[in-house]
Every structure is written in C-alpha cells, then in structure tokens.
Design a protein around this ligand. Structure first.
Ligand code: SIN
Length: 535
C-alpha cells in the first residue's frame, strides 16, 4: 500500500481546516490537507450571510457574548463563547490583512449587516451574499503560497489509524487512481464539516456526510450534543429547485415572513418577530404551515427598494431568477431545511478530542460554543477561531514522529466498507420524518429500529467512497437519534412534543462514550467556567 508521512494532517478544506493548516505551517511543520473533492467544495464556500465579529464602535464584545448565550438556550459553554467573541475580531482583521475583500460602505468603513438574535449590526459580508466563498478564496490562496502545506484534493479519508491508543495517521482512498493509501502523522485535525446529508432536505453540499464524526467515534472519541440539529428557517421551496438557502440577512434587511393570505405571523409568536433566534422562527413557520395546510410560507422583500434588494443579494437574486422568481417583486416560497449540527466530536477549547493526537475544529467539533442553537453567522467565526487554536495545539504537542511503518498494520487492512447505496435515500426520509424539527419518543424509537434494520442489511465491500459514506451516514443518523431520545426536554433546536418544556436547572450536555453497541448517554452539567486549557 502507498504510504506518505507528514508532521500533521488536516482533513477537510473548509474554513476551519484551512485556518488550522495555516497555523501549523506558519509554525514550521509540514501539513497535508486531504479533501474528498476540490478544495472549494465545502459548506464554508456556500455560506452566504457572513462572519459575526465585533468591529464597530457602537458594538461590544460583551453584547456578542450575551447574544450567543441567549440563542444557545442555556447550553453554551461560557468559556468557549468568551474565546469566540474575544478572539473573533483579531481573526477577522487578519483575514482582511491576508486579502479578504469584505463589502464596505461609502467612505470605506466595513458594511455590517444584522441577522436574527443579534442586538447590533455586526455581520461582515462579501459580494453581498458570497461571504464564505471570499473567505475560502483568501485562505486557499494563502495555503497555496505556503510551501509546507500540501493540498490533496480527491483524497477520501476512510478511517483514523491509531497505534498504542494514540493517533498515527489516516487510511485514505485516492479517488483518481482508486488506490488506498496510508498517511502517517502524529496529529490529525478533523475539519470535515457537518452531516446535513443525513436529512432529506438540507442546505448542505453533497460532501456533508458526517465522515469526521463517524471516524472519530469508531476510533474511540466521545461525541456530544448530537441531538441539536439546526434547521434554517428559509430555504427555497419550489418543486424541481434545490433547497437553496435564502440568507437570514434578507430578514435582517427588513424581509417579512407571510402566510398565503399575505399576513405576517412571527410577531404573534415572538416580540423579535422575523429576527427571533432560528429555532423559534423555524418552529413558527412549521406551525403556520400546519395551521394553513400549506407546504411553505413566503419571504416577502417587496417593501424594500428593488434595486437595493437585487444589489444586496446578487447570488440569491440570480438563483431565484433561474426559477422565474424576482426576489424584489415576488414573494419567495420558503420552508425550513437541515442546516447545521451544533453537536459533534467533543473537544476542549484547543480542539483536543478524547484521543491523544486527534483534534477537531469547525462544524464537526463540539466545544459547546453554540449550545442548543447557534447564533447566525457564528459558524464561520467558530471555524477561524477554533481552527487557529487547534493548529496551535498541534504545534505545541511536540509532534514526535510516528514510530515504524503503518503500511502493513492489520487494523488498517481490516477496515471493510459497507454497502453503497439506496439505503441513504431511505435513511434521509427516516431522519426527516421522525428525527426532524418536531420529534417525540415514538418517532425516535421507530427511527432507531429502522436505521438498525438498514445497518443489518449492510455487507462488506471493497474500500470505496460511496460505501463508506453510506456507513458513516447510517452511523451518524443513529447517534443523532439516540441522543435525541435520551434528552427528555425541549431546548433550542431540539423540540420533543412529548417533553415540550425545558428541564429545570442548568442545562446538561449529552455525551456518548464509544464502545457500547447501544451507546448510553451520561448527561453531564454544562461547564460554566474553568475551561480545560493548554498550560
Ligand atoms: C445565512 O446566511 O442565513 C446563513 C448563515 C449562517 O448559517 O449563520
């Protein structure tokens, strides 16, 4: 089997992965970035709304902190939120120094937008609604100039390789030649993004198949808070159109949500109206759809100046125009869609997981920073801040070389891919119907039985990407469902019709420790202070 060695590996080329790799390379270590498609195929690249950071005189870090905690519905790790909001401005300014072109107002100051649950205008954006693309462009360009970074496109990561209980590298599949290979390294940063593809309707790209969570859990890492799946309130809802995101910034600029009669319904649900936290707006839309027997509600931008609307949201305008809709003059049909996973591989504030040498950053990770519901536009910031921190922790770990050759390690060769397939379509329907925006004990138990049945139908196959992605999605779908069943309360994005209230007292995280066939869910209290930190 082919084999190569590096000081560190960063799996995934979204914002968290690129930022981690730059930190590692700038510190003098040689780092490879295996990524399963092109370096720009990521959720980061699709992000419209922007990057939340306190950069204006009328804003304060303490306000960003408070807004994040309120949106997180009592489950945020306060130490992680402090890190995010305090280090965020420096990470954003550094991007500008590296060439990111954020939109500016006349006179040259940064143009700052408002989104749901933010008390100030603090969202940086680029080309109106292509913020993620501009940040990825900036980071990829910088990575390409860095001689210690090797970008490895079309290299699919199959599983982590451990030796003596610690990280030793990665088993990967070269998608161009079809050959397996082993990359050895004493440190691996998982930056594989989310798992939106386990749901029938998602804003996520095809790459979001939960690979990092599945790999980490199989290797023995703890995962946390997986029941918290954020459903974005406003994705385009048209037959034959993709579930394209209509940015929250549209409501931030004055867009209204209306029913078939053209009436607003959000003000009766929450005083913040269309700018309430996402979980509240999402459930408000679902209840309005049920009340009116409709498959969607409508986003109405017609009260705003048409030229402003089209110039402010050029990508959204062009996409909707391709389906015959003028975002400035027509009401746009929208419905919620799976968008972001607040839970993930449990890490400390430096990206360290429970396996020595394995780190995680970005959507695949769970520091607890987003609590039960992520504040809009905090995810790109999370990727930058915690990506840089994971990179620093990798450097500080010493990076002792992996002893010997891993090429013949039996544990590597023993990995068998699961059956590729149709099963994914079935899984996505199960997750959408039974583990969706509203769940209850009965639907969750039914979903677990159905997923187990699909798992039992898997057969070993040669090492190939579709089979492994299928296995990963079944695995992550089951972990999400089991976590949701264990949490007998409603909080943030997790709403159980049979337990509609928030449990009394402090919020508790759900942690799944690996190893058990049916993982049990010891619930631990939310850490309030004293974050585990590097000395
Ligand atoms: C949006 O533009 O609404 C998406 C941004 C985010 O998910 O925070």
């Amino acid at each position: 089997m082919r084999h190569a060695s590096f000081d560190a590996l960063v799996i995934g080329s979204g914002i968290a992965g690129l930022r981690a790799a730059l930190e590692i390379a700038q510190g003098g270590a040689r780092v490879a970035i295996p990524t399963k498609d092109a370096p720009t195929d990521s959720s980061s690249d699709r992000a419209q709304g922007g990057l939340a950071a306190v950069l204006s005189d009328d804003d304060e870090v303490s306000l960003h902190y408070d807004d994040t905690l309120v949106a997180g519905d009592g489950l945020c790790h306060e130490g992680a939120v402090r890190v995010l909001v305090e280090e965020g401005p420096a990470r954003a300014l550094e991007l500008i120094e590296w060439g990111a072109r954020f939109d500016r107002v006349e006179g040259g100051a940064l143009a700052l937008a408002r989104e749901g649950a933010h008390s100030r205008r603090r969202i940086l954006r680029a080309q109106g609604d292509s913020t993620g693309r501009e940040i990825v462009r900036t980071l990829v360009a910088r990575a390409q100039r860095e001689s210690r970074i090797v970008l490895m496109p079309r290299l699919f990561s199959a599983d982590l390789v451990l030796a003596g209980g610690r990280c030793a590298g990665l088993l990967a599949l070269d998608e161009t030649s079809g050959e397996p290979l082993v990359l050895s390294a004493p440190a691996v940063v998982l930056a594989t993004g989310g798992a939106g593809q386990v749901y029938r309707d998602t804003t996520n790209p095809p790459q979001a198949t939960g690979d990092g969570i599945a790999m980490a859990y199989r290797a023995g890492a703890e995962v946390m808070d997986l029941e918290f799946v954020q459903f974005h309130p406003t994705a385009l809802m048209l037959e034959k159109a993709p579930r394209f995101l209509l940015s929250e910034a549209m409501r931030g600029e004055g867009g209204r949500l209306v029913n078939a009669a053209g009436e607003r319904f959000m003000p009766a649900i929450d005083p913040r109206g269309e700018l309430a936290p996402r979980d509240i707006v999402t459930r408000g839309i679902v209840s309005e759809m049920r009340r009116g027997g409709a498959a969607c509600v409508w986003l109405d931008m017609t009260g705003l100046e048409p030229a402003f609307v089209r110039a402010r949201f050029p990508t959204i305008a062009a996409t909707c125009a391709a389906f015959g809709l003028d975002i400035a003059r027509d009401r746009i049909p929208v419905a919620p869609c799976a968008h972001y996973l607040m839970g993930g591989v449990k890490t400390d504030l430096w990206g360290r997981t429970s396996i020595p040498g394995v780190y995680a950053a970005g959507e695949v990770a769970c520091t607890g920073v987003h609590g039960a519901n992520r504040l809009a536009s905090n995810s790109l910031l999370d990727g930058l801040v915690f990506g840089a921190r994971a990179g620093k922790a990798v450097l500080d770990s010493g990076l002792d070389p992996v002893p010997g050759s891993l090429a013949a390690a039996p544990e590597v060769l023993a990995i068998a891919a699961a059956e590729a397939a149709e099963t994914v379509g079935e899984l996505r329907g199960i997750m959408w119907d039974d583990v969706g925006i509203l769940r209850d004990g009965e639907t969750l138990e039914r979903a677990i039985r159905a997923i187990l049945r699909l798992e039992q139908g898997l057969r070993p196959r040669p090492l190939e990407r579709p089979g492994i992605e299928t296995r990963n999605q079944l695995f992550v779908g089951r972990l999400i469902t089991e976590s949701a069943l264990a949490r007998r309360e409603s909080r943030g994005a997790h709403f159980r019709s049979d337990y509609p209230r928030r449990e009394a007292g402090r919020g508790r995280h759900s942690i799944i420790a690996p190893g058990a066939a049916a993982p049990d869910l010891p619930i631990i209290p939310v850490p309030r202070s004293g974050p585990a930190d590097l000395p």
